[in-house]
Ligand binder design. Structure first.
Ligand SMILES: Cc1ncc(C[n+]2csc(CCOP(=O)(O)OP(=O)(O)O)c2C)c(N)n1
Ligand SMILES: [Mg+2]
Length: 606
């Protein structure tokens, strides 16, 4: 039988190496579903419960494999549901192909059922966005879309009108201008290295500095060994943006952790004291966590030249591949003879880990969220893939999870969308059926994508979902209090039994509410070969604190508590305990406004 346009589409995707498509069928896309049915032994269709989860799963798949992620939806509402994943791919620079069906070609623009144009809807957020115009167009359009997504690292979109999907390929006579076979399914990734003169200038700039820090982001992936060597030569501690948490092990002696709101104290202090900054593959968005403009000479390596100088003034920009550029730079670098800056950062980091361990091994009731993160960290397999989510969980992941070489981590970074944890985990487990995949998420985020617990059962994906249950979207509480000095409002979640929900979706569940039992219960869940949801009942009053606390945020906490925000007495106790821990282990984190807050909290408590 003659193959259809949709068959040719799926066949071409397979030639591009696509083996998985995440999505939901719909009448405007069912011609493509038929092609996927026929090709099901080569291309797996993963039926999710919400197209947004499908798009985010495809982003997760792409992030963890480095390959193209693909999602599919019907026209109108299905397409609209994909949008958040498309934006996620745009923000985190991930190759994603979104395929939608659209209304019959001769009903376009006529307000027919689901007739909203997905091309117009996606236009602002895609790097390539086209309608397939017939059989002679399908292969070249797929090639152009895949090339653009992989080369520019971002989302692209193809829509196929309903009736075109089932057209026999033989029906499509190309135009006289089109030469059949002029395009092949191939992409050639360049390896860019800056010219020698620039490398020399960069080395010169760094040679005059004695207190250099390195900021590594996801763009430094694959350059861990080179980062380590450069850091050693420069006597520079390595700080990581959250998306780059897994590019350099937390265990590495030169690593001093994350930055931004979730910074470690040693990393914030090192940024404050630095006279040199080497940025490798990062555009970490929190400007207050960079050295102040004029404070430090800066060299930035990024393979996207337009991102150089985006966040902080740059003295020398090196547009190139991170690994190749670091390799080329190394012979030009002079060893920094002054090791005192590094030694100070490392000594602080030792005390930081003592602080984290102390907070992660408390046995108080209700259980502290740090306990779950700390115990989980110790139990992760050597090649575990951890996915995270927007919420206080991002603080605990960054702080308490000590990633080792070979382990992977991601969450929705710049888009920072709730729901990425479970969605990315679906993508990761499809790509790596034999690796341990753990989604570490808040209860608000879990509630947003609850239906997709059923996807784990349906596709036999043994993901472990660790849910921090605090019956609240609690990060918003801390933001309302500390960013604005307001009473909290609108954050509570009516209690939801996540174990029952999981069981209703056909997956096993366990509840942990006792810190002393946490490690064993987590270990038992992680050891099972099936999907398991672990509901961890944690203290909603444990503040997700910036460390060190930003001065005016300390003042705002005081104001909000004096106004009598809900549960103020419990918050006072928890906040005081956390700040006192910090004071005990790393007293240099406590500046005047924070010391004043501590005094105020002590008076409120008594
Ligand atoms: C889709 C989306 N909606 C809203 C937000 C704003 N937001 C960021 S974190 C957060 C709280 C998340 O709550 P939960 O998952 O329960 O985590 P918790 O902070 O309680 O640990 C919210 C509402 C967001 N980032 N994404
Ligand atoms: Mg919550």
């Amino acid at each position: 039988m003659d193959s259809t346009l949709a068959d040719a589409l799926v066949q071409r995707l397979a030639e591009w190496g696509v083996d998985t498509v995440f999505g939901i069928p719909g009448d405007q896309a069912n011609g493509i579903m038929e092609a996927l049915r026929k090709a099901r032994t080569r291309v797996r269709f993963v039926h999710v419960r919400h197209e947004e989860v499908g798009a985010l799963a495809a982003v997760g798949y792409a992030k963890f494999t480095g390959r193209l992620g693909v999602c599919l939806a019907t026209a109108g509402p299905g397409a609209a549901h994909l949008l958040n994943g498309i934006i996620d791919a745009l923000c985190d620079r991930v190759p994603l192909l979104a395929i939608t069906g659209s209304v019959h070609h001769d009903l376009t623009g006529l307000e027919t059922l689901q007739g909203v144009s997905s091309e117009k809807m996606f236009d602002h957020f895609t790097l390539y966005n086209e309608r397939v115009m017939g059989p002679a167009h399908v292969q070249v359009a797929v090639d152009a879309a895949c090339r653009r997504a992989l080369h520019a690292r971002g989302p692209v979109h193809l829509t196929v009108p309903n009736d075109f999907q089932s057209l026999p390929m033989s029906a499509g006579k190309g135009s006289e201008q089109n030469v059949p076979g002029h395009s092949r399914p191939a992409h050639f990734a360049p390896l860019r290295v800056p010219e020698q003169g620039l490398l020399e200038r960069a080395a010169e700039v760094l040679a005059s500095r004695r207190r250099i820090v390195i900021l590594a982001g996801t763009g430094a992936r694959g350059a861990g060994a080179e980062l380590s060597e450069v850091a050693d030569v420069l006597g520079a501690p390595v700080i990581k943006a959250l998306l780059g948490k897994d590019v350099f092990p937390d265990e590495h002696p030169l690593c001093i952790g994350g930055t931004g709101h979730i910074a470690t104290v040693p990393s914030k202090l090192a940024m404050d004291e630095a006279d040199g900054l080497l940025i490798v593959g990062s555009t970490m968005p929190f400007l207050n966590w960079y050295p102040k403009p004029g404070q430090a000479a800066c060299v930035q390596i990024d393979d996207k030249p337009e991102r150089i100088g985006m966040r902080t003034p740059v003295d020398v920009g090196l547009a190139g591949d991170a690994r190749a550029t670091l390799r080329a730079l190394l012979p030009h670098l002079k060893r920094n003879p002054d090791r005192s800056f590094l030694a100070r950062a490392q000594e602080r980091m030792q005390r930081w880990w003592q602080f984290v361990e102390h907070q992660g091994t408390r046995r108080s009731s209700p259980m502290k969220p740090q306990v779950v993160a700390w115990e989980l960290s110790g139990l992760l397999a050597d090649d575990a893939i951890v996915t995270g989510d927007a919420g206080s969980v991002a603080y605990w992941i960054n702080r308490c999870i000590r990633l080792r070489e070979g382990q992977r981590f991601s969450l929705s970074g710049t888009n920072c969308t709730m729901g990425s944890g479970l969605s990315y985990a679906i993508g990761a487990q499809c790509a790596f059926p034999d690796r341990q995949v753990v989604a570490f998420v808040g209860d608000g985020a879990a509630a947003m994508v609850l239906g997709d617990l059923a996807t784990l059962r349906q596709h036999a994906l043994p993901v472990k979902i660790v849910v921090l249950r605090n019956n609240s979207v609690v990060l918003e509480r801390w933001e309302q209090l500390s960013f604005l000095g307001h009473k909290e409002f609108g954050n509570e979640l009516s209690p939801l039994d996540y174990c029952k929900a999981a069981e209703a979706c056909g997956i096993a569940a366990v509840r942990i509410d006792d810190a002393a039992r946490c490690r064993d219960a987590l270990a038992e869940a992680l050891g099972r070969a099936e999907p398991v949801l672990v509901e961890c009942v944690v203290d909603p009053n444990e503040p997700a604190l910036e460390t060190p606390l930003v001065g005016h945020h300390a003042e705002n906490y005081g104001k909000a508590l004096e106004k009598g925000t809900a549960e103020a007495p419990q918050i006072v106790r928890a906040l005081l305990e956390s700040l006192k821990d910090e004071q005990r282990f790393i007293p240099e984190a406590i500046d005047a406004p924070t010391a004043e807050l501590i005094g105020k909290l002590e008076r409120m408590r008594s």
